[in-house]
Design a protein around this ligand. Structure first.
Ligand code: SF4
Length: 461
């Protein structure tokens, strides 16, 4: 069954990359051969955990050796406005004897123990390589535990060896559609309820989005899964529209929700000023089409006009300081294009944007914003080439994830984290202002002029 599920996910019809392929290419699926010597990145289990761990009030129980939990625990800075249970690490810690005798009983006991101790609304049980290879049937154990203990116990079948982190994200979506979404009928479903899929509340930035939506009278039923509560995810099928913010990860879930419950979806982003406005317009339009009061459209335009004017005015003082600075964007997905416009408005030049992890649609948008200059769409840059780029002064700052920071720092070049480990909120209008402020802080940090000076022993007497 898992094999069939993976095959289906690889040929997802709702995926823009797949749509752009020929029929025969599509059939081959989207799995990529690893380049020998390259690090494989996160495993499928890691991806599933990343996608589900932001559900804050449940127990996330890893069925495997303790190292799997250690590998994935708290790797993202996802925030909560309430429960803290999701931050605890739970594992069955399989040992040699469990591998010989099987780990199902141990898993069952662990589920009983966490339910007795923490009384969560649900337990998510994660399969790992070891428990899958020894043949532990986590689906059967979870079913038995659910029946006997009366608490939903959700199997997440994404052992590490089945594929990449991205595949794990998608398998997490499958667990939600198979076992969670649609299992609770809320009494308060309304005509302006929406879900946001693929949003993980990094640095707690959902607060900024929730506030904008609340001002329009739109209720976020749940994000899947940032700062989510189990019961809200279980009732996600009652929302009137879905917004997908990370298309590669949960587009299958969005498509299935559309097929099963008729919930329309669109892909959008809350990174960047114009993209935030477009997202709000699209949400309002969809809700009105599905029966919400048409006055929502006017309210949305008023809010957009107010917020855009306020944000551009607040960004004005930074213009003089940032104009002419050259930025290398080394990220992926929506961020490869969504912040370009705001940076350009500040007078900054984007010298390149990485599209390694982007869909065809992402690439097109990036190209459009870069004036059609294909040379600025970069794939992976080898560290030595990146280092040389900074040494030659071809970029003044790099915006990227933590992994590539050391190349910039070694070249004595400012760097700003805009990926999942960041500690600042960059979503929505206020988030964009914060991004510009952080770029300014990074560029004007006095450390750069100090470390670029020759060391005392390098100065000739
Ligand atoms: S690859 Fe397998 S053993 Fe390694 S962390 Fe992932 S699930 Fe655990």
């Amino acid at each position: 069954m898992l094999k069939k599920k993976i095959q289906d996910l690889m040929t997802e019809p709702g995926c823009a990359t797949n749509q752009a392929k020929s029929a025969s290419e599509r059939k081959k699926g989207c799995g990529k051969q690893l380049v020998p010597g390259a690090a494989a990145g996160g495993c499928a289990f890691d991806g599933a955990k990343i996608a589900l761990q932001p559900i804050t009030d449940v127990v996330h129980l890893v069925h495997g050796p303790i190292a799997c939990e250690g590998n994935s625990w708290d790797t993202r800075n996802t925030g909560t406005t309430g429960p803290e249970l999701y931050r605890r690490g739970f594992t069955t810690d399989l040992s040699n004897m469990d591998i010989i005798n099987g780990g199902e009983k141990k898993l069952y006991k662990a589920i009983r123990r966490v339910i007795d101790k923490h009384h969560p609304p649900a337990v998510f049980v994660y399969q790992t390589c070891v428990s899958a290879l020894i043949g532990d049937d986590i689906v059967a154990v979870c079913r038995a535990a659910t029946e006997r203990m009366g608490t939903p116990v959700i199997p997440v079948e994404a052992p590490g060896f089945v594929g990449s982190k991205n595949l794990g994200n998608r398998l997490a979506g499958e667990a939600l559609i198979d076992y969670v979404i649609g299992t609770r009928e809320p009494t308060d479903a309304g005509p302006t309820d929406i879900n946001i899929l693929g949003e993980y509340n990094v640095a707690g930035e959902m607060d900024l989005v929730r506030d904008l939506l609340a001002r329009l009278g739109i209720r976020l039923r749940t994000a899947i899964t940032g700062d989510a509560r189990y019961n809200d995810v279980a009732a996600a099928h009652t929302a009137r529209a879905n917004m997908v913010v990370c298309s590669q990860a949960l587009v299958t879930l969005a498509r299935k929700m559309k097929e099963r419950w008729g919930i329309p979806f669109f892909e959008g982003s809350f990174y960047g000023i114009s993209d935030t406005s477009e997202a709000l317009r699209a949400i309002a339009g969809m809700l009105v089409e599905r029966g919400a009061d048409a006055a929502l459209l006017t309210r949305t335009e008023t809010l957009i006009a107010e917020e855009e004017a306020k944000t551009w005015a607040a960004m004005e003082p930074y213009k003089a300081r940032l104009a002419g600075k050259r930025v290398l964007l080394y990220t992926g997905g929506v961020k490869s294009w969504s912040v370009i416009h705001a940076l350009q408005e500040m007078g900054m030049e984007v010298v390149g944007t990485s599209v390694r992890k982007s869909t065809e649609a992402d690439k097109e948008k990036a190209l459009d914003r870069l004036g059609g200059d294909e040379d600025k769409l970069v794939d992976a840059i080898a560290p030595k080439d990146m280092y040389q780029m900074f040494k030659d002064g071809r970029a003044d700052i790099m915006l990227s994830g933590g992994r590539s920071q050391f190349v910039a720092l070694k070249a004595k070049t400012p760097w700003l984290d805009i990926n999942q480990e960041r500690h600042h909120q960059y979503a929505g209008y206020d988030g964009m202002l914060e991004l510009v402020r952080q770029i300014d802080l990074a560029l004007s940090n006095p450390i750069w002029s100090q470390i670029r000076k020759p060391a005392p022993w390098e100065i000739e007497e």
